[in-house]
Design a protein around this ligand. Structure first.
Ligand code: GAR
Length: 212
C-alpha cells in the first residue's frame, strides 16, 4: 500500500477528488495517510477531518520557510508518505523539501504550463486572449511551476467566459487529471527522459534505446 501525503491551503476540491478516486478504486493500492495545511481555517482540513483522515496544521506565520518545511517533511516521514500531492498548496517549497522527496512531489496547476505559471493562472489566460488553456500535473522541482509534466488536459476558452466560469471548467478537468496522474506515477511504469515523462511501453522502450 503506497501512502500519500496531501498538502493544501484552501477549499480542497482536488484533495476530495483524489480521496474519492481511492475510494472508488480508480487509484489502486494507495491510501491518504496525512493531510497537511498551512492554514487552520482551510476548508480542505475540515473535509479531511470529516472523512476521518489524519490532519495537521503547520503554520507559516513568523517562521522561516526552511523551518516550516522541515516540520512538514518530518510529519510526512512520520506518516510513511511515499508520494506528496500538492492540492492547492499556495506556498513555494524550499530546496530542502524538494530534495527530501526527489521526483516524489506532484502539483496541479490551472494552466497548460509553461504558459501562465504563478498566481491567478486562469485570469492570466483570459487576459492574454488564448483560445485554449487547461491544467497540468507535474513533478515539483526547485523552480515555480516548472518540473517534469506528467499529464495535461486542455479546456477551450468560450465566448463570454469570465474568470469564474473558466476556472470552474478547468477545475472539472483537474479532478480527472490529478487522480489519473497519481495512478500513473504510483504504477512506476514510466521513465523520465531529459525532462519528458515517457510511459513505459515496448514501443517507447525501443525509441528511447534508439535515441541513446
Ligand atoms: C486549483 O485550481 C489548483 O489548480 C490551484 O489552486 C486551486 C485549488 O483548488 N493551484 C494553483 O494555482 C497552484 N499554483 P482546490 O483547493 O479546490 O483543490
Amino acid at each position: 500500500m503506497k501512502r500519500l501525503g496531501i498538502l493544501l491551503s484552501g477549499r480542497g476540491s482536488n484533495f476530495l477528488a483524489i480521496a474519492d478516486a481511492i475510494d472508488r478504486g480508480r487509484i489502486t493500492n494507495a491510501e491518504i495517510s496525512i493531510v497537511i495545511s498551512n492554514r487552520a481555517e482551510a476548508a480542505g482540513i475540515a473535509a479531511a477531518n470529516t472523512r476521518g483522515l489524519a490532519t495537521r496544521v503547520i503554520e507559516a506565520r513568523g517562521r522561516k520557510r526552511a523551518e516550516q518545511d522541515a516540520e512538514i517533511v518530518a510529519c510526512l516521514r512520520e506518516h510513511g508518505v511515499a508520494l506528496v500531492c500538492l492540492a492547492g498548496y499556495m506556498r513555494l517549497l524550499s530546496p530542502e523539501f524538494v530534495a527530501a522527496y526527489p521526483q516524489a512531489i506532484l502539483n496541479i496547476h490551472p494552466s497548460l504550463l509553461p504558459a501562465f505559471p504563478g498566481l491567478d493562472a486562469q485570469l492570466q489566460a483570459l487576459r492574454y486572449g488564448v483560445a485554449i488553456t487547461g491544467c497540468t500535473v507535474h513533478f515539483v522541482d526547485e523552480q515555480l511551476d516548472h518540473g517534469v509534466i506528467v499529464l495535461q488536459r486542455a479546456v477551450p476558452v468560450l465566448e463570454g467566459d469570465d474568470e469564474a466560469a473558466l476556472s470552474a471548467r478547468i477545475l472539472e478537468q483537474e479532478h480527472v487529471a490529478y487522480p489519473e496522474a497519481i495512478s500513473r506515477v504510483l504504477s512506476g511504469n514510466y521513465t523520465i527522459v531529459d525532462r519528458r515523462y515517457v510511459a513505459n511501453t515496448s514501443h517507447n522502450a525501443t525509441l528511447i534505446e534508439e535515441a541513446q
